[in-house]
Design a protein around this ligand. Structure first.
Ligand SMILES: Cc1cc2nc3c(=O)[nH]c(=O)nc-3n(C[C@H](O)[C@H](O)[C@H](O)COP(=O)(O)OP(=O)(O)OC[C@H]3O[C@@H](n4cnc5c(N)ncnc54)[C@H](O)[C@@H]3O)c2cc1C
Length: 473
């Protein structure tokens, strides 16, 4: 996965002199070269992802320090990798060329909650678990909700993260109004700002969102907030068959009901969770499940939407409708949902595919995924954001020998990605390309588009020091 060498760009090593300059910029305590630290920052959460040590980890606290570091790295041609919280699932924050790793963990101030404009201004190291209560205490809501709430705003912006609320509220990009960024020359740019809309020239801010740390360092962000919905209810719906579950999803959306979240889970995922947690789930004989969250202001309207959803699902082979309307009962359901990844993937030989297809194609797509599983004799477990077509598919080694697994896996992955592209889908719905999806990324775009992307990269980062080897070589 790692390029063997870098023929075009010759990088320099971090020298004693560079370390002395970094110490002057940041103070010695924020320039770390001990083995334990380097190891801790050498990987992210990608299952069986690569580990590569940085040569030095630096922890700036101010944008001006980031600017000085980048200017230095650019002059000396030292590769730089940015890291938020390292919860990424595509090896994006892994420093594959060594060099300098900038961790934004100390840039973690919420600068302002602007209640008049419904906006927040924050440094990029702020994590969602800290942002949410601050915002919600003021009756406001930041709906972008990637499953891992210890992730940082910077990582969320760099990957254009998604999560469960996308059906109703969209992705991180939909909530970013302004960014402060630093480019390799050390220049600090203010992109966008506290306006709700703009039509002034190229929107550079949107190029940075989703660029996975390859164009600029993001240091500050202005995000849009909305009013915190008054009421939430959650429906847990077991189905006799998978087709019924997916048919229900399209019918719900066609009936102009827009739930906050529509999550799909197949039976095997529930069984695996039960085995792992020792907790028995209701209706565990079902073939597939939907978990649907609704939010709103008005109880009768919310419950009437819940009833409409229930009758659609019952007409499509739902076995039961379980309604959770207290905060505690809903939290229990969503905690279980959030733990799927840990329960079925962690400490196993497993892969993660985060492909996205048009929502109405899910039933046909899933049938094809099942046939790929049968064709190769590789177990595949799936769950995901059915409402927006973003399914998480996990091929799992289970009873295969290591040799068989490594022999079959590339074909399985290749066929699943190609199938999703054939439905008009994309390689990644929310986790980004990083290193782990680079090979498949080429199949999504034609040569001209990739050429344009590479040219854009060179305009921002002519010496290719920012997160080299990510997205494309
Ligand atoms: C259990 C689990 C559940 C998850 N669920 C979801 C989900 O539902 N939806 C979803 O979208 N993701 C999900 N993720 C993936 C992950 O949480 C997101 O990709 C998240 O946005 C990464 O944030 P981070 O702070 O950990 O970034 P990191 O992993 O540290 O970095 C991610 C990328 O962003 C770049 N980067 C980080 N900070 C900056 C910066 N300041 N400037 C420029 N570039 C930067 C890095 O170089 C890297 O390329 C999940 C992960 C786990 C482990």
């Amino acid at each position: 996965m790692k390029p063997k060498d870098n023929e075009t760009f010759a990088y320099s090593k971090v020298t004693e002199e560079t370390l002395r300059t970094l110490n002057n910029i940041l103070g010695k305590e924020n320039v770390l070269i001990d083995k334990e630290t380097l190891e801790r920052y050498s990987y992210d959460e990608t299952p069986h992802g690569i580990h590569e040590l940085p040569e030095v980890v630096v922890k700036p606290q101010k944008t001006e320090q980031v600017a000085e570091i980048l200017k230095l790295a650019d002059q000396k041609r030292i590769p730089v990798t940015f890291r938020g919280q390292g919860t990424g699932l595509s090896c994006g924050a892994v420093p594959i060329f060594g060099g300098l790793l900038i961790s934004f963990e100390r840039m973690n101030k919420i600068i302002e909650i602007d209640e008049n404009n419904l906006m927040a201004v924050a440094e990029v190291g702020v994590i969602l678990t800290d942002l949410r209560p601050e915002v919600e205490d003021r009756g406001l809501f930041y709906p972008a909700d990637p499953g891992e709430r210890t992730s940082s705003l910077g990582g969320n912006i760099a990957t254009n993260a998604g999560g469960m609320n996308c059906v109703k509220y969209g992705k991180v990009r939909d909530y970013v109004l302004g960014l402060e960024v630093v480019i390799p020359s050390g220049k600090i740019l203010q992109l966008g700002g506290k306006t709700v809309k703009r039509s002034s020239g190229y929107e550079l801010m949107h190029l940075i969102i989703g660029s996975e740390g390859t164009l600029a360092a993001v240091t500050k962000v202005i995000i849009r907030l909305i009013k915190l919905p008054k009421l939430f209810i959650t429906l847990y719906i077991p189905f006799r068959d998978m087709v019924g579950a997916f048919k229900s999803v399209s019918e719900i959306l066609r009936n102009r009901i827009t739930p906050t979240a529509i999550e799909f889970i197949e039976r095997e995922v529930i069984l695996e969770t039960e085995r792992k947690t020792g907790r028995r789930m209701p209706n565990h004989d079902a073939e597939a499940y939907l978990i649907i969250r609704l939010d709103g202001e008005d109880e009768p309207i919310l419950f009437s939407e819940g009833e409409k959803i229930s009758s659609i699902c019952l007409e499509n082979n739902a076995l039961d409708i379980l309604v959770a309307d207290t905060k505690e009962s809903q939290s229990k359901i969503w905690e279980i949902r959030s733990a799927f990844y840990e329960n079925i993937v962690k400490n196993k030989d497993a892969e993660i595919i985060d492909t996205v297809i048009p929502p109405s194609s899910i039933p046909e797509f899933m049938t094809k995924v099942k046939s790929i599983s049968t064709k190769y004799g590789v177990k595949i477990l799936s769950y995901g954001h059915a409402g927006d077509g973003n399914i998480h598919i996990h091929p799992i080694r289970e009873s295969l020998s290591k040799e068989e697994w490594y022999q079959k896996l590339p074909s399985v992955m290749d066929e699943i990605y190609k199938t999703s592209i054939s439905f008009g889908g994309a390689i990644s719905g929310e986790h980004g390309i990083g290193v782990s999806k680079k090979t498949y990324f080429q199949t999504e775009f034609d040569i001209e588009q990739i050429k344009l992307m590479k040219q854009i990269k060179m305009v921002f980062d002519p010496n290719n020091i920012l997160n080299p080897g990510k997205i494309f070589d």
